[in-house]
Design a protein around this ligand. Structure first.
Ligand code: RDL
Ligand code: RDL
Length: 155
């Protein structure tokens, strides 16, 4: 059966992470079907994810961008709870890639974080969908990070 991946992204985002996720998923799973759904902002991502799963996606990656204000941060908290609810209701992974605008001062660094985070999590999603529960077990406890270099294991 063809594996099916969903990509949910936003027009609010300042980096086109949806296209990055698309390319990574395509190169990691060349037979896959990929459906992309672009919405205005992060609070629209939970329903977009749910609809992608209802359409048969085995897993979804969301790509969101959070502004600097408290209101933006509350919007992300609501979004995150919504995305977790979608996962619980559907028993499917919704891998949440979020870039917080205050993670870096300059735009180049923010873009770097966005590309790294979207790329690494797209790979994580493909592994989880293709191989299941133990796909990431060989990396357990390794201090892996997305958006930055890895923190590493404490020995
Ligand atoms: O449903 C339409 C909008 O309410 C929805 O798209 C929101 O996610 C938009 N939005 C905010 O209202 C907000 O206060 C966003 C942010 N902050 C944000 O930081 N990032 C977004 N959307 O993607
Ligand atoms: O769905 C993919 C990720 O969003 C998810 O794995 C998160 O749990 C990753 N994550 C954060 O986004 C974050 O801001 C983690 C932490 N902080 C954290 O402190 N510890 C984690 N994950 O294990």
């Amino acid at each position: 059966m063809t594996r099916k991946y969903g990509i949910a992204d936003t027009t609010f985002s300042r980096v086109d992470m949806g296209s990055i996720a698309y390319k990574v998923i395509r190169s990691e799973d060349d037979e896959a079907e990929i459906i992309r759904y672009t919405v205005p902002g992060i609070k629209d991502l939970p329903v977009a994810s749910k609809r992608l799963i209802d359409e048969g996606c085995d897993g979804v990656i969301t790509l969101g961008w959070v502004g600097k204000t408290m209101l933006d941060k509350y919007s992300y908290l609501a979004t995150s709870i919504g995305l977790i609810m979608v996962q619980i209701l559907t028993s499917k992974h919704v891998i949440d890639v979020t870039v917080h605008e205050d993670e870096a001062d300059d735009e180049e660094k923010l873009k770097e974080i966005a590309i790294d985070r979207a790329t690494k999590h797209a790979k994580n999603l493909v592994k989880l969908v293709k191989e299941g529960k133990n796909a990431l077990t060989k990396y357990a406890g390794k201090g892996l990070r997305q958006g930055y270099s890895n923190a590493g294991e404490i020995d």
